[in-house]
Design a protein around this ligand. Structure first.
Ligand code: BDR
Ligand code: CA
Length: 322
């Protein structure tokens, strides 16, 4: 079994991505670390506990991490997935029972420990702002060398963004952390960018088939998307030139899918990358450097195309549980 550690800012698409990992028999999730992002880190922790409970996998340990970026990055939470990140529909969202389920150890320390206990065996999948990852490498510079590889959902490859005209949410929320991770993580690194995920927008009909399965996970997904994705559908109809809304884009699941089965990625660009820290528009943008003008010794693999048949199979299976 592959060992997966997931770092998340658990909104709706993160929940789907986590379920994909939980449903996959070739994978063992060794822990889930939480970061602010789609919502506050407390809601993120609560959401992860909820997802694990829906999937009857509460034995998996959950760790609380960063509540804000390292330096004045954007931290006004998006309402894309509602205030609580899971569509503002869960009746028990103000209960505090989740707090007992969170480990005492900080997310960044848990990452370092788990990687050191499982030398070279853990794949880290990061689907939120990269703050916990940046903290971990600053606490222990050897940490990334103990990982097998790193999969990131974030950044962009054509200079198009979803938070600013040129930058993607996970990177814009904490540009310094994204910068640190892409400079310091010398393990094999795979990136599913914003444009890559949008290029693989899936039809709403597929989404309906997926959430109409007769399982607890599917019912849960149907419930949490009931309010907030109604907006996406209308937005798409009225904005035909914008990717977003014209179908369903399970952003974070692309990173998990690539980690589960590399064959879901059919083409990629292997090149040095760097995160832009300056500028009112460029801050948080991912720059690709195929001719290595930056003279870097390390490069990342930026996903270009996806085997949608394989990907959709994994998506469908993710809600076919417990
Ligand atoms: C990313 O931003 C978050 O809102 C999503 O969960 C995803 O990780 C997409 O830009
Ligand atoms: Ca996310």
């Amino acid at each position: 079994q592959k060992l997966l550690l997931i770092d998340t800012d658990c909104g709706i698409d993160d929940a789907q991505a986590i379920m994909m990992a939980l449903a996959e028999p070739t994978v063992k999730v060794v822990g889930i670390t939480c970061c602010f992002g789609n919502t506050t880190v407390d809601y993120v922790c609560q959401n992860v506990v909820k997802v694990l409970s829906v999937c009857e996998r509460s034995e998996i340990q959950v760790f609380r991490g960063a509540c804000c970026p390292l330096v004045g990055g954007k931290n006004d939470f998006t309402d894309h997935f509602g205030t609580d990140g899971l569509g503002d529909v869960l009746e028990d969202r103000d209960s505090e029972v989740w707090k007992d389920k969170i480990q005492k150890e900080h997310a960044a320390l848990a990452m370092i420990r788990l990687a050191s206990e499982n030398q070279g065996k853990i794949s880290l999948v990061a689907v939120g702002p990269l703050t916990n990852l940046a903290m971990a490498v600053r606490l222990d510079p050897t940490f990334p060398l103990n990982l097998k590889d790193l999969y990131i959902m974030g950044g962009n490859m054509e200079g198009k963004g979803n938070m600013t005209p040129c930058a993607e949410f996970n990177f814009v929320m904490d540009p310094e952390s994204a910068y640190v991770v892409l400079e310091e993580y010398l393990c094999p690194t795979h990136i599913a960018t914003w444009e890559f995920t949008c290029r693989n927008t899936l039809p709403w009909d597929f989404f309906e088939d997926m959430v109409n399965q007769d399982t607890a996970a599917a019912k849960f997904m149907k419930l949490i998307t009931s309010k907030c994705w109604a907006f996406s559908k209308t937005f798409g109809e009225n904005n035909r030139d914008v990717h977003f809304g014209q179908g369903f884009v399970p952003y974070d699941s692309f990173a998990v899918a690539a980690c589960i089965d590399q064959r879901t990625v059919t083409d990629s660009i292997q090149c040095p990358v760097r995160v832009e820290l300056q500028g009112s528009l460029g801050r948080g943008m991912l720059a690709l450097d195929p001719t290595n003008m930056l003279n870097k010794s390390h490069s990342a693999s930026v996903m270009k195309s996806c085997d949608q048949t394989k990907f959709c199979k994994l998506l469908m299976a993710s809600l076919n549980q417990p």
